[in-house]
Ligand binder design. Structure first.
Ligand code: FAD
Length: 392
């Protein structure tokens, strides 16, 4: 049996960060992963350029049944701390909209930096390891795997969420929590495209490829971003963001002209004796194909001069408050994150250790903390893992 101080299950963003910090403290650290490569999600993140953090990190950018839980870790290891690390490795990066920070070249830069730090801290990473059993015997955890048995004083669960099973995502972390009597909130896909009801799909799949700036909202949240029509439904940052706040069966409201008061514009043009049809006027505001799908043909054929206030209000409502009820989401197959997970109330926000099971830690996405789109999920992985790394 191999004996070590710390075993970390999961060689993803949070597992590697926790390993680095624990290794720097002189702890003997072994990272086990069933995948054939460390950090696969880092490599595919941000379209291959990894949106590794954000200039503005606030607790409001995270969703959890315990919204206060993330505050301590985010304050102790901040975006500026991660940027200092990036700076040390001279990784070129740039800022995109909303303070999002991406690598200039490749997400490989981030993974290579973490692997180098692991190496420097004496961390051992062992891949292709399927863990079959975990037991607590005395003060130790005993792990059985296809590669042999291991014993450790501290066990860190860094197995991430359920999104993209093809990349190695499993429910193992939740199962470990349940094995030790720790509550797990039901999970669901977040930051995920919507699919449409069959009738809507027939109508809107013709718009596939059209992207428009809009405001997407429901009773709980609103996001001003781009929306993208796809052949399966609706995607783009505005939709992904709202999907994390969406409940099955609920309609969402989309303002397709957030910078224009359409009713006012039409009334003014009518007063100015503009003789165009509604269609001609609207075509200068939104893609023709979209207008055709959203407004009745008879209405569009009307000359503006023949439009009553009632018709104008009807058109304005249709384009400012387009309501659509998604059929569902594309699910974990394409979701960027998993909502729900290990109950934060069972975990110390300072150390990420279980309150009930000594020396059992949970870090990263396996916890019930889910960030918005924009680098927030990686920052949570870095911050939570850094905290655990100081105590394991
Ligand atoms: P992961 O990085 O998922 O790591 C978990 C590790 O555990 C994996 O290596 C996995 O193989 C291993 N594991 C799982 N089950 C087992 C098991 N049974 N036995 C052994 N090992 C196991 N977030 C951002 O902030 N910015 C982005 O640009 C961004 N882009 C993304 C793009 C995509 C396509 C996806 C899917 C996600 C993206 N995310 C992004 C989210 C981000 O990748 C995750 O939130 C983050 O990786 C979570 O880190 P983690 O360490 O908790 O889990």
């Amino acid at each position: 049996m191999t004996k070590t101080d710390v075993i970390i299950i999961g060689a993803g963003a949070s597992g590697l960060m926790c390993a680095i910090e624990a290794g720097k403290r002189g702890r003997k650290v072994l990272v086990l992963d069933h995948a054939n490569k460390a950090g696969k999600k880092i490599l595919m993140s941000g379209g291959g350029r990894c949106n590794f953090t954000n200039y503005s990190i606030e607790p409001d950018n995270f969703i959890s049944h315990n919204p206060h839980f993330c505050i301590s870790a985010l304050n102790r290891y901040t975006q500026w701390d991660f940027l200092a690390l990036i700076d040390r490795y001279q990784i070129p990066f740039h800022e995109r909209e909303h303070g999002q920070l991406f690598c200039n070249d490749s997400a490989k830069d981030i993974l290579n930096m973490l692997l180098t730090e692991c190496h420097n801290a004496g961390v051992v990473i062992q891949l292709n390891t399927d863990i079959t059993d975990i037991e607590r015997i005395g003060d130790s955890f005993i792990l059985a795997s296809n590669q042999g048995r291991y014993s450790c004083a501290s066990l860190v669960v860094a197995t991430g969420g359920l999104s993209i099973p093809k990349m190695g995502a499993t429910a193992f972390g939740y199962k470990i929590a349940e094995q030790f009597g720790i509550k797990v909130w039901p999970t669901r896909a977040g930051l995920v495209p919507f699919t449409l009801q069959p009738d809507d799909k027939d109508t809107f799949s013709a718009l596939s490829g059209i992207a428009i700036p809009c405001v997407v909202s429901n009773a709980r949240q609103r996001f001003r971003e781009n929306m993208l029509f796809t052949h399966r439904g609706l995607s783009g940052p505005a939709i992904l963001q709202l999907s994390s706040y969406w409940q099955s069966g609920e309609a969402v409201t989309i303002d397709l002209l957030p910078d224009t008061d359409l009713a006012q514009v039409l009334k003014t043009k009518r007063q100015q004796k503009v003789k165009n049809t509604l269609k001609t006027i609207l075509d200068s505001y939104l893609p023709k194909r979209l207008i055709g799908c959203l407004c009745a043909e008879e209405l569009l054929a009307l000359s503006l001069q023949d439009c009553s206030d009632k018709y104008i209000a009807l058109v304005a409502a249709q384009l400012h408050q387009w309501m659509i009820k998604p059929n569902g989401t594309e699910g974990y197959r394409t979701a960027e994150v998993t909502l729900g997970g290990v109950d934060c109330d069972a975990i110390s926000s300072k150390t990420m250790a279980s309150k009930a099971v000594p020396n059992l830690y949970f870090v990263g996405e396996v916890l019930d903390v889910t960030g918005w789109l924009g680098g927030y999920n990686f920052q949570w992985a870095w911050s939570s893992a850094w905290c655990a790394g100081q105590y394991v």
